[in-house]
Design a protein around this ligand. Structure first.
Ligand code: NAD
Length: 273
């Protein structure tokens, strides 16, 4: 389609199926000229349809990696550098999972072993990926690393549970590592705070359909969908955003700046009738 990422190489984590935000990012990145490596957990490689995506993406290589395991990440980065013939330019971390959410455990009664898993998979994994890239000096100067997050890190959303705590940590890691990697290699690190989106992870959140409807009605531009998110990611992988770093970037049709819209008020009044 275009040349926005011509000559750029990158790793995309988290494409499970064609609803995944990472799936759309992979498709769009390749359309804009990028060369990519796809990765997901060994379980997701068995359950999902990532090979279909790989074929579409100029037969991209798929490498299994459980992001909680540093040795898996080391293997992924080493193999990717072999495939790319050296350093690469961008990484998308599009990963989230909470056993507490999956099992419907209330926030006031969290299972702490599950909480550790939530934090490890959804946030600390970002530090692990960055750390391995940093140690192996795997990213080119002016590279770009993104993770996807949600506004519940700043403002409580009923039902988002311990994922809100994970997202707050994820956003903080982006800032802290953004400093280290910026100084070392001019690599920029940001999080994109995306609208609610109907995906496998998204549908795990309690009341997702109503949340989507509410956000749609509150946001002046409506919800951003997975393709909108992919397009925004591409701008941040491109050379057009080289001085944007350590930011949590709202990508939500204006939702986060709203408190009440006419459409939400009308719906609220109807509910009272
Ligand atoms: N869907 C939404 O409403 C929404 C909104 C804002 C942010 N996000 C974020 O977007 C990102 C992508 O989620 P999605 O909505 O595309 O859903 P998704 O279910 O398609 O993607 C989540 C991915 O995480 C992967 N994953 C889980 N455990 C892993 C592990 N141990 N190792 C490696 N990968 C693992 C899954 O295999 C899956 O591919 C997540 O960070 C999510 O929190 C989603």
């Amino acid at each position: 389609m275009g040349n926005l990422l011509k000559g750029k190489k990158g790793i995309i984590f988290g494409a499970l199926n064609d609803m995944s935000i990472a799936w759309k990012v992979a498709e769009r990145a390749v359309e804009e000229g990028a060369e990519i490596v796809l990765t997901n957990s060994p379980m997701a490689l068995r359950m999902g349809t990532i090979n279909e995506l790989a074929t579409k993406c100029n037969n991209a290589q798929v490498i299994g990696c459980d992001v909680t395991k540093v040795e898996d990440i080391e293997n992924l980065i080493t193999k990717s550098m072999e495939i790319f013939g050296g350093k690469f330019d961008f990484v998308l971390h599009s990963i989230g999972m909470s056993p507490n959410v999956r099992k419907g455990i209330d926030y006031a009664e969290l299972n702490y072993n599950f909480l550790e898993k939530t934090l490890d998979v959804s946030a600390i994994s970002f530090h692990k990926v960055l750390n391995v890239c940093f140690e192996k000096d795997a990213l080119n100067d002016w590279g770009s690393v993104l993770a996807l997050t949600y506004m519940a890190a700043q403002r409580t959303v009923f039902g988002y549970n311990d994922m809100a705590d994970a997202k707050a940590l994820l956003e903080s890691i982006a800032r802290s590592f953004g400093y280290k990697y910026g100084v070392k290699r001019k690599v920029r690190i940001n999080t994109i705070s995306q609208s609610p989106t109907l995906t496998t992870a998204g549908s795990g959140v309690g009341g997702m359909n109503d949340l989507l409807d509410y956000a749609e009605k509150l946001s002046p531009l409506g919800n951003a969908d997975a393709l909108d998110c992919a397009n925004y990611c591409l701008t941040l992988f491109s050379d057009l955003t080289r001085k944007v770093t350590m930011q949590n970037l709202m990508h939500d049709g204006g939702f986060s700046s709203m408190s009440m819209s006419e459409a939400v008020m009308e719906q609220y009044m109807k509910g009272k009738e």
